[in-house]
Design a protein around this ligand. Structure first.
Ligand SMILES: [Zn+2]
Length: 101
């Protein structure tokens, strides 16, 4: 769940999509960034932001990242660009894999 940056209401993404990095990482895993578009039902503010990041391994294993781990130095900058970014929500992984095929 992501909170509205304007009023703090918890908002579900109206739409999500995945950005797949063309290059696998050192462990041959693909990095998939899940982006979302949000519209606050309370104040009407709409925005887009990163919902979550996950890595899919060559055997289909999936690892979710919260976006704020491992990158302490970038944290401040990320927060400026995406004040409420990095929140993990539940998504249907099988749907994503179907998109990739
Ligand atoms: Zn709002």
């Amino acid at each position: 769940m992501v909170k509205c940056p304007m009023c703090g209401t918890e908002v579900q993404p109206a739409k999500t999509w995945q950005l797949v990095s063309p290059l696998p990482d050192a462990d041959s895993r693909l990095t998939i960034t899940v982006m979302g578009s949000f519209k606050c039902p309370s104040c009407g503010y709409s925005w887009r932001g990163k919902v979550s990041v996950m890595k899919v391994g060559p055997n289909g294993e999936v690892e979710f990242q919260k976006g704020k781990t491992k990158r302490r130095k970038k944290r401040k900058k990320e927060r400026e660009e995406q004040p409420r970014g990095g929140t993990v929500i539940e998504i249907d992984i099988s749907e994503i894999i179907e998109d990739e095929l």
